[in-house]
Design a protein around this ligand. Structure first.
Ligand SMILES: C=CC1=C(C)c2cc3[nH]c(cc4nc(cc5[nH]c(cc1n2)c(C)c5CCC(=O)O)C(CCC(=O)O)=C4C)c(C)c3C=C
Ligand SMILES: [Fe+2]
Ligand SMILES: [Fe+2]
Length: 368
């Protein structure tokens, strides 16, 4: 086994603690070439597609990559922002804001972000953190609901990286937070803020990313966790069973996935005479292709073309202050026993910096 070249060891108390926010990943550009590279890495992960490797290799290379890459690239082009892929832009901003929140709560922490597929790659970020003296690492997946296809795949990538490292940091993983009070509260606040501006719908659709039904039968808790999130959120919003519905989107391939599917549900509701639906995606903490294109563009078409009158997409949590503070709370609960608190000297230094900037602001005001 070859080990990576490692920086000199920094001992005990001088070691830093880091939080690593990990999201799924996204192509580097909305081009066929970049999407193909991303899909190849993503769909080669045996956690994502569980078909025997040799058969899957043929299907992936002969059918999926040649046809899907350009189709998906067009979809990515329709949601790409000036700053880049929405998923990456939001995740990067969340990490920066989270660091600020945790600092305000008195924690001395590095906060970095990485992508399971594409860049910044988990291995590269872990090397960077090690070079900066990180001796304790808390991994925070961007997925509130645990699934082997997503969360466990992040664990795999972290372990695979540390399999090449001699001096491995202390490690903790957040498995899920699908029923965490602060997460549910952040969702509730985002829905109520939206309804305060746009009024309430006839029906609220909570659309989660799907997974093959087989994974539920084999013991993956994802389905149950989605249902628990939906039930808790509906309770908080005071919605009765007829006022909301849970659905699963983004089906891939021919096998049965978790039901009910989002698109046919939207069409059926329109045909039943439901005039307005609002769709939210509580399982996605950042807007991305699956929310901005599949729901906000395609889902809207499905509903309106089937006779629906009004379709609203409620944005994901993204940089909502309630979500950043919820993440800080979720992280904080896992830091117990780790020396992350600012020392007296650091607190004093922070206080002096604040005083200094106040004075500077005052003298600036006086000179104007
Ligand atoms: C092939 C099977 C797939 C499984 C299983 C799957 C599970 C899963 N995915 C997410 C979150 C996201 N998926 C996204 C895109 C995406 N997902 C799949 C396939 C599976 N996902 C594909 C092929 C793609 C790429 C786009 C396409 O070609 O259709 C994204 C968006 C990424 C972006 O760049 O914006 C997210 C986020 C979850 C949460 C999940 C299981 C619970
Ligand atoms: Fe997906
Ligand atoms: Fe999709």
């Amino acid at each position: 086994m070859a080990f990576l070249k490692e920086p000199p060891f920094t001992h005990g108390k001088t070691g830093k603690t880091a939080v690593l926010l990990v999201n799924l990943g996204t192509p580097d550009a909305p081009t066929t070439k970049a999407v193909r590279r991303y899909l190849k890495q993503f769909l080669s992960d045996p956690r994502v597609v569980e078909i025997p490797r040799a058969i899957w290799w043929l299907i992936l290379h002969c059918l999926i990559l040649p046809f899907r890459s350009s189709k998906s690239a067009h979809k990515y082009a329709s949601i790409w922002s000036n700053e880049g892929s929405p998923l990456k832009v939001h995740t990067g901003k969340q990490a920066t804001l989270l660091r600020g929140y945790l600092g305000q709560r008195g924690h001395r922490l590095q906060v970095a972000y990485a992508m399971r597929y594409g860049s910044p790659a988990i291995g590269e970020v872990l090397e960077q953190l090690k070079a900066e003296g990180c001796e304790r690492l808390l991994v925070l997946p961007a997925y509130p609901q645990y699934s082997a296809t997503t969360t466990a795949s992040i664990y795999d990538a972290v372990f695979a990286h540390y399999a090449q490292v001699r001096n491995v940091p202390e490690l903790r993983f957040i498995k899920h937070y699908h029923d965490h009070e602060a997460y549910i509260q952040a969702l509730k606040d985002s829905v109520l803020a939206y309804w305060a501006m746009h009024g309430a719908p006839d029906k609220l659709i909570m659309s989660f990313h799907g997974v093959p039904k087989r994974t539920l039968l084999l013991g993956d808790p994802y389905h149950c966790e989605c249902h628990k999130t939906a039930r808790l959120l509906a309770q908080q919003l005071g919605l009765g069973p007829e006022q909301y519905q849970l659905t699963f989107q983004s089906r891939f391939g021919k096998a049965e996935w978790l039901q009910p599917y989002t698109a046919p549900t939207l069409q059926a509701l329109a045909k039943q005479g439901v005039k307005r639906v609002d769709v939210m995606c509580p399982g996605f903490t950042s807007d991305c292709l699956e929310t901005l294109e599949e729901i906000a563009i395609e889902g809207k078409q499905d509903f309106l073309q089937a006779g629906g009158k009004e379709f609203h997409f409620i944005p994901c949590l993204n940089q909502a202050p309630g979500w950043i503070s919820a993440m800080a709370e979720i992280v904080e609960e896992q830091l117990i026993g780790w020396p992350t608190h600012l020392t007296e000297a650091e607190r004093e230094e922070l206080k002096q910096q604040v005083e200094m900037s106040k004075k500077q602001a005052l003298s600036l005001g006086a000179s104007q």
